[in-house]
Ligand binder design. Structure first.
Ligand code: ZN
Ligand code: ZN
Length: 553
């Protein structure tokens, strides 16, 4: 019997974001990615969402490291939180580690964290794990697929990938290596990126975006051009700056992360912008409109970003007007559509011409679509298949694709967050569950529970009614109040009568409660809540949060 391998999914299966899974062999645990998720609209006041780290904390002594497949926040953004409690080395390409480093540094954990760079094609032992790093093309440079050569055969994790035959940096997804592993050893299990598994066809080459940008620069000659894209999308930044330079424009960056990433990528030789073409955003006013190009953050309409500030006329350096062309070189991530629309509207109101992915092909996805997925499957011919990285419907679509490509139905498993998968001589099966709920972060720490969120939702939708009353328990009398205070139920200055009526109803209810008995404070609170709640519902058909404050004199 060969030693079994277990995989625990802590995030990313059933949602886009907080990707995190754990490989287990000979009692050691090796993480693959530790990402965050950006909150959905109804998660009020939440900054970000993390995987539930309970199980990892309980098994802290067995954790020997984390592989970072690439530098996107949904893959490395959770590290700075987990590393507060656990200490382990992080493996990834130099650029991935460079991106991950920012947040780890901000959290003050850099000194105690070992960052270990690995190169394309490298194969190394991490504890009992024999791991190989295979290049893949994606919307951030130097991403990896990861092959685990285990006692149970090869487990191949695609990472976030696409097939781009003309990538901007020439670094292709190494299908050949995947194929040769498949030939020599066979692929026991494939874990594949499902993001675009429900999209027909083939993703466009990143280079085709460069051509579109070039044409736009031509069309908008004489105007100031501002282009927003993801700060980590170095290949996009490269193509924007290439177009700008070829039209004799100077390039300025705006937004903290854009500045940082451009500096990092230039230092690493991943981004070529001639020194003579770069200007500081503070100097932008010294140049005529037609001779500059500003590369900005905020392509997703993020509230604090440079582009959103421009749309709100709050940007320190740029005032948008009729002489500006603003290009959003991106596609809104599901959930961000409203914010993006608002930003576009604001820019148009200021007189700018706005170009976005709905008008021109100014964006290409970084994730493989169906034909690419089929190509990979035909090369890899996995014995078993588990879709990862996607919402539930993406996972199901991906599983169907695997079956079309010849993986038997009983060997395509749809797993969800929290599932533990055991690979042994007999086969592969879900054998357990660990906690994998959302960890909500508001501010610095993750102490926001479901209860708090439910309260916030009620407060946001219905408001709050506070009823304050002071009583003497021994004599069974009301000393002051009841006073009814509200925010968000009715507008108090215009509804005095209603509030007084409510106070009267509560007063009556308390008097009934005192009759013949000596209730305690808890019982009185319930009386107040019930009386006020019923009154509010009957009179206004609303359900605000009722907060009874009963005090003893
Ligand atoms: Zn990614
Ligand atoms: Zn991702």
């Amino acid at each position: 019997m060969a030693a079994p391998v277990t995989i625990t999914f802590l995030g990313g299966l059933g949602e886009i974001g907080r990707n995190c899974m754990v490989f287990e062999c000979e009692d050691k645990l090796l993480l693959l990615d530790c990402g965050l998720m950006f909150p959905e609209l109804e998660m009020l006041g939440i900054d970000l969402v993390l995987p539930d780290f309970t199980w990892l904390r309980e098994n802290a002594h067995r954790v020997i490291g984390c592989i970072a497949t690439h530098g996107h926040e949904d893959h490395v953004g959770g590290l700075s939180y987990l590393l507060r409690d656990l200490s382990f080395p992080v493996y990834g390409s130099a650029f991935t580690l460079g991106l991950a480093k920012n947040r780890i540094e901000e959290a003050g954990l850099l000194a105690q964290t070992q960052l270990i760079p690995v190169v394309d094609g490298e194969r190394r032992m991490i504890g009992p794990f024999d791991v190989e790093f295979i290049p893949v093309t994606h919307s951030v440079p130097h991403g990896f697929a990861t092959a685990f050569h285990t006692p149970q055969g090869v487990i191949l994790h695609t990472g976030d990938w696409k097939l781009d035959l003309t990538p901007v940096d020439g670094r292709l997804t190494d299908l050949a290596r995947m194929g040769s592993i498949a030939c020599d050893e066979g692929i026991r299990l494939l874990l594949g990126d499902s993001t675009n598994a429900d999209s027909h066809g083939h993703s466009r080459s990143e280079k085709s975006v460069g051509g579109v940008l070039y044409d736009l620069f031509h069309e908008h000659e004489g105007r100031r051009i501002v282009i927003a894209c993801f700060a980590s999308h170095i290949h996009r930044v490269q193509q924007i700056s290439d177009a700008a330079v070829s039209f004799g424009r100077k390039v300025a960056t705006i937004g903290m992360s854009m500045k940082k990433n451009v500096r990092l990528a230039r230092e690493m030789g991943l981004l070529t912008i001639p020194e003579s073409a770069l200007i500081d955003i503070e100097k932008i006013g010294d140049y005529p409109d037609g001779s500059v190009c500003v590369i900005s953050t905020g392509s997703q309409g993020e509230p604090m970003s440079a582009l959103t500030r421009m749309a709100n006329r709050e940007n320190r350096w740029l005032e948008i007007g009729a002489g500006d062309t603003v290009i959003l070189s991106s596609h809104p991530i599901p959930g961000n559509e409203m914010s993006v629309t608002k930003v576009i509207d604001g820019l148009v109101r200021l007189g700018a011409k706005v170009v976005h992915s709905g008008l021109e092909d100014v964006h290409a996805t970084g994730h493989a679509k169906q034909e690419e997925i089929k190509t990979l499957m035909s090369v890899v011919e996995p014995q078993w298949f588990v879709p990862v990285h996607g919402e539930y419907r993406h996972l199901v679509h991906h599983a169907e694709l695997a079956q079309i490509m010849g993986v038997p139905e009983e060997r395509t498993l749809i797993c969800e967050d929290g599932d533990q998968l055991t690979i042994d001589d007999d086969g592969i099966a879900i054998t357990g569950q660990v906690p994998a709920g959302y960890l909500y972060v508001d501010g610095i720490v993750g102490d926001v529970g479901q209860g708090v969120l439910r309260d916030r939702r009620v407060l946001a939708e219905e408001g709050v009614v506070v009823v304050v009353v002071t009583v003497a328990l021994d004599t069974g009398t009301i000393l002051t109040g009841p006073e009814v205070i509200t925010r968000g139920w009715v507008y108090a200055p215009e509804a005095e009568e209603l509030l007084e009526e409510c106070a009267g109803v509560v007063d009556d209810a308390l008097k009934v409660a005192f009759k013949g008995t000596t209730p305690d404070l808890d019982a009185l609170q319930r009386v107040v809540r019930r009386a006020a709640g019923k009154f509010v519902a009957d009179r206004t058909k609303r359900k605000p949060m009722i907060v009874p404050v009963v005090m003893e004199a």
